[in-house]
Design a protein around this ligand. Sequence first.
Ligand SMILES: [Zn+2]
Length: 366
Amino acid sequence: MTTADPRQAPAGTAAAGPTDRIAALRPAYRADLADGTDRFFHPRRTDCPWCTSTALRTRLHTTDLLQHKPGRFALDTCEDCGHTFQNPRLNDKGLEFYYRDFYDGSGEERLGKTFAGRAALHRKQAGSVLPHSPAPRSWLDVGTGHGHFCATARDVFPGTEFDGVDLSQGVELAERAGRLRRGLRGLLPELAPRLAGQYDVVSMLHYLEHTTDPGRELASAHQVLRPGGLLLVEVPDPGSRFARLLGRWWLPWLQPQHLHLAPAANLHRRLEAIGFTVVAEQHGEAHDPIDLLAAGWLLLDHLAPREDAPWHPDGPGVLRRILRPALLLAGAPLLIAAALLDRLLAPIAGRTGLSNAYRLLARRTT
Ligand SMILES: [Zn+2]
């Protein structure tokens, strides 16, 4: 990782700055996009992936509001069970394309700082297990990213061994940095047979919504837990009032990464059906008070897109370079007001249906 000042780095050298890094990535993105984005999707489904009902309605059309990569995305909701899902859904090529340079690559440094600053939230998530399992021996965090949750959870459970699973290289960095005992790179359903019955706790924090088959992930969690072990799941709540209020500007829609958003009742029923007993369901406690601030930010970022990115065919024009700082400055009071309102509403989020996430804790009983 270079520490050179990008303004002084000559173009094309190893110490190249962000502009040169973007230019270096641009040809690969240009080749990927040469035939458009249709090839990134499966055919559109005509039935609900959760309950197979064919009573579907489109809930939302949107674009990639975070990275601003090209492409359009739709979320459908099942009229019978309430499951909300991306339709048509990204295929493997599409997932690779839209995840590239987000958690790894050029986005890694930025996100690493974001997640490292989430310790208070991680402490609360870990703490929700404490009354039901005060001293677990082993814990598997699925979708662990760079292992920051485990690093914080160790403060709450000092005697526990933490392993992590993730598709990205972050999990290997996390093991080397000592945040994980073992960093397992791969997909849980593929790793589960050799991890069978090994864990006292499995956590899936904002993970299931990213997976192509949440039911299969839950079955794998059941497999890797010891009988009596606990599964902690936290996911965005598609039933949140903020989701309706903010429409496509609601951050937890997070297109195109979030493929499945299950209402709490669906997840509850599925867990009970596969051999778990739900011991706690929390709504207000899982709320992350960022909805209004994030919506304001996404809107401003949409109106005046950021300086440059490798998936844009060319570098930024003069107008964009001037417009963005001006708009962000003008929008600053709006963002401050939004952040204050988020804070004010946080204590009543659970009671008022505003909570943007929910948490289920379930014990493996069979
Ligand atoms: Zn359904």
